[in-house]
Design a binder for this molecule. Structure first.
Ligand code: NOJ
Length: 642
């Protein structure tokens, strides 16, 4: 770690020859009064692709602290758990109590519904059990924390060792992460004449009905969902919509979120991102990531789809990735509704992965708190296993809705909200899905082909889907069957020859010349075979990703530069990247000799029978961190032809 002295930089500092020291000197000059942790600027970048996320509606998980259940307004609590609009008692202590259950299932990150203090009243017979009607972004809902931790006793942000801090500690002790759900678009709706009352750690600062300082938009409800201006400026179901043009609002929301990040939050899930302009998110993400560079951020663009240009633009340019509604809809159609096109519908979505810069970082899911659970559409537990195996092994970061592993569902009114949020009641660690998630989460961490690799369809009919994930010499082969038992004559697997064991059932399979012959697939069968190749090791690993280079079959992307690791500008020694899709090339570049040094590099397209096409720029420059893992995210800077 390099930190600069708080003193003014002296001229002699410019005489140093080492490139690293020059950078330090420069930073010292720019911010002479500040202690800058240089390492922080370029070494830490979170890699979230190996995670398995579990999404919890906090109130409906587990009541670990009965003392807080009545909350500020006891009328809103139903101890009998009959009234679906009221609180049922789940809290943060309940989550701590169940961490071993979750860890043992292979869950590595918890996304919790928003934790902030909510309005304490019923709106359309609903209390804010979901957490999307915030009153104070700097305080936690008293129903989720200890009674002696109620905000009225102390300033929340000045109080430590609360149940919130203990949850973070307990998660981190288990090498698990916390994803905080935040809403920047709106506060709370109109309840008995009060609307949009907002507090700053207990101090009232804004009121929608007396909005002298223009913290809110006042344009009424969205009436035309095709009109982008309306979607961004008008109200969603009567929720008071923030005016992002007001810098005071922006400072408030950013400072609130930074405080929670300082308490140890690892990632953010952001609500309703489509309802605010992209410039707001670009600024927000830049500020948040300057504050905490290793935070992972994903947004909810409702019904995002690779065929929807606006949601694709958002995923590529906002600075955050998104929840993959496109794949979710296709999986539900194919596996829950039994659509005739079956797996073709899923492949059609994956075929459009090249629209995204970060397809391997999309958050994949089969249901959530805003739609009927998968089993309310199709109760077959074996089909649920197929769907879960699919998101655990295909590209993207899987997110499991709480209770899926216990087959939790209530089908009243088709299982729609609020019946998709039942109380968690079973904690059986022997269910087939609990076991599958544990095994496949282990595979995600072990085999980089699952978390980072390309996806190759090998056998596709409406009922049968075989695919290969590949990264360098690591390979995973998956076969699944939604229909009746069948035997496939031959399927290509890309696995090394020899015996392979199914990760899920421990059945043995013999691969010859890379193929499986007479592969028997029972109804609802899933087979997962894995081969882990050599992993890249080095003092510093750069995870380099290049987008917007539309490669043709046979072409290869490589990196050349002024250091030995990148061939010292010798194109024959350039470092080759891996093909992920026609828009994305990716590779882990090992740096030892040049770790900690300033280097220059550019990308080059190798074309058979044609001269290499180098990027048309002087070069890119970067200080390689002295250790750890960093990411480069670059866009191809050249036309196709030289
Ligand atoms: C999306 C959330 O997922 C949903 O549950 C909520 O009601 C709306 N955004 C409004 O915040």
């Amino acid at each position: 770690m390099v930190s600069t002295p708080p003193s003014q930089a002296s001229t002699s500092q410019y005489e140093v020859t080492d490139a690293q020291e020059k950078v330090e000197a420069l930073v010292t000059e720019i911010k002479p009064e500040t202690d800058i942790d240089l390492e922080f600027l370029y070494t830490r970048d979170i890699e979230f692709r190996q995670e398995t996320i579990y999404f919890i509606v906090v109130d409906r998980f587990y009541d670990g602290d009965p003392d807080n259940s009545f909350g500020p307004n006891p009328e809103l609590y139903d101890p009998e758990r009959q009234d679906w609009g009221k609180y049922w008692g789940g809290d943060l202590q309940g989550i701590i109590d169940k961490l071993d259950y979750l860890k043992n299932m292979g869950v590595t990150a918890l996304w919790l519904t928003p934790l902030f203090e909510q309005i304490e009243a019923l709106f359309v017979e609903q209390a804010a059990i979901h957490g999307y009607w915030t009153k104070d972004f700097k305080r936690i809902n008293p129903r989720f924390i200890g009674k002696d931790e109620e905000p009225s006793l102390n300033k929340t942000q000045h109080t430590r060792n609360t149940v919130f801090d203990r949850l973070i500690d307990e998660l981190h002790k288990r090498n698990m992460k916390l994803v905080l759900d935040i809403v920047c678009n709106h506060s709370n709706p109109d309840i008995s004449g009060t609307k949009g009352e907002l507090y700053d750690d207990g101090v009232k600062i804004v009121d929608f009905n007396n909005d002298e300082n223009h913290w809110y938009h006042h344009y009424g409800e969205v009436t035309d969902w095709e009109n982008e201006w309306q979607v961004q400026n008008c109200e969603l179901s009567g929720l008071a919509t923030f005016n992002e043009n007001n810098p005071d609002y922006r400072n408030y929301i950013k400072s609130a979120i930074k405080q929670w990040l300082d308490r140890g939050v690892d990632a953010l899930r952001i609500d309703t991102v489509k309802h605010m302009p992209i410039w707001f998110w670009q600024e927000f993400n830049a500020d948040i990531q300057n504050h905490k560079p290793d935070v992972f951020i994903f947004g909810e663009w409702i019904f995002s789809d690779p065929r929807n240009e606006r949601s694709v633009e958002f995923a590529n340019e906002s600075g955050m990735t998104i929840l993959d509604f496109g794949l979710c809809v296709a999986i539900r159609e194919a596996l829950a509704h039994g659509a005739p096109a079956g797996f073709h519908q899923i492949q059609d979505v994956l075929d459009l992965d090249h629209h995204y810069y970060r397809a391997t970082e999309l958050i994949t899911f089969i249901d959530n708190h805003d739609m009927p659970r998968f089993q309310s559409l199709n109760p077959d537990p074996e089909m649920l296993r197929v769907a879960i195996a699919l998101i655990m092994t295909s590209r993207g970061i899987p997110c499991i809705y709480y209770g899926t592993e216990q087959y939790l569902h209530n089908d009243t009114n088709g299982g729609n909200d609020p019946y998709n949020r039942p109380m968690m009641e079973e904690w059986n660690i022997d269910t087939p899905i609990y076991r599958d998630i544990r095994l496949l989460s282990g595979l995600r961490r072990l085999n980089p082909a699952v978390s980072m690799g390309s996806h190759w369809q090998k056998y596709l009919t409406p009922d049968i889907y075989c695919y290969v994930r590949r990264y360098r010499d690591s390979v995973v082969f998956v076969a699944m069957n939604r229909g009746a038992s069948v035997t496939l004559d031959v399927v290509d697997t890309e696995l090394p020859d020899g015996e392979h064991t199914d990760v899920l059932s421990r059945r043995k399979f013999e691969v010859k010349e890379g193929k499986l012959y007479n592969l028997e697939l029972d109804s609802r069968d899933v087979i997962v075979l894995s081969h882990v190749g050599e992993r890249i090791k080095a003092q510093t690993i750069v995870r380099a990703q290049l987008n917007s280079v539309q490669t043709q079959p046979g072409e290869i992307v490589a990196v050349i530069g002024d250091c030995p690791e990148l061939g010292n500008w010798d194109i024959a020694k350039a470092y080759r990247l891996e093909y992920i899709n026609t828009n994305t090339w990716f590779g882990e570049i090992p740096f030892n000799e040049s770790a900690g040094k300033l280097i220059s590099y550019k990308y080059v397209l190798m074309r058979e029978g044609n001269s290499p096409l180098r990027e048309n720029l002087v070069c890119r420059r970067w200080v390689i961190a002295s250790e750890g893992t960093v990411k480069w995210r670059d866009k191809w800077a050249s036309g196709r032809e030289s």
